[in-house]
Write a protein that binds this ligand. Structure first.
Ligand code: DGP
Length: 118
């Protein structure tokens, strides 16, 4: 079954798309945790970081380059921002389609805070 992000990439459900090319799509997170919260995803449906192959490494690099460029265009590059990629259950990954969170626009707290509810 297609993940929600595959449906967004295909245009089957709406999203606030901020960048798109053949390999990478970026759109605003539906539950933003900061003034800027953009998800950068590959169009290739890789489920998790654990599924990334060595052949995918240029694609992963492109995701980071897109995040860098969006951070600049959103005006948060000088102050700084956070890039996060969660993996599976303990990492808090909810959507099984690789995605890089670009989070910024305010001073962010500690990277890991509090305990998860199991
Ligand atoms: P993660 O927990 O790392 O898998 O992050 C998944 C993120 O995806 C979470 O911050 C909320 C966001 N999200 C989930 N469903 C949708 C959706 O339908 N549209 C958008 N724009 N974001 C979504």
């Amino acid at each position: 079954m297609a993940s929600i992000f595959e449906l967004i990439i295909a245009g089957d459900i709406p999203a606030d798309i901020v960048y798109r090319d053949e390999e990478v799509v970026a759109f605003r997170d539906i539950k933003p945790v900061a003034p800027v919260h953009v998800l950068i995803v590959p169009t290739k449906p890789i489920p998790t970081t654990d599924d990334v192959s060595d052949a995918d490494l240029p694609l992963i690099g492109r995701m980071y380059a897109v995040a860098r460029d969006i951070a600049r265009s959103e005006g948060i590059a000088d102050d700084g921002y956070r890039l996060v990629m969660n993996c599976r259950d303990h990492g808090g990954q909810e959507v099984a389609h690789l995605h890089l969170h670009l989070i910024g626009g305010r001073r962010l707290g500690p990277m890991v805070g509090g305990e998860a509810a199991d």
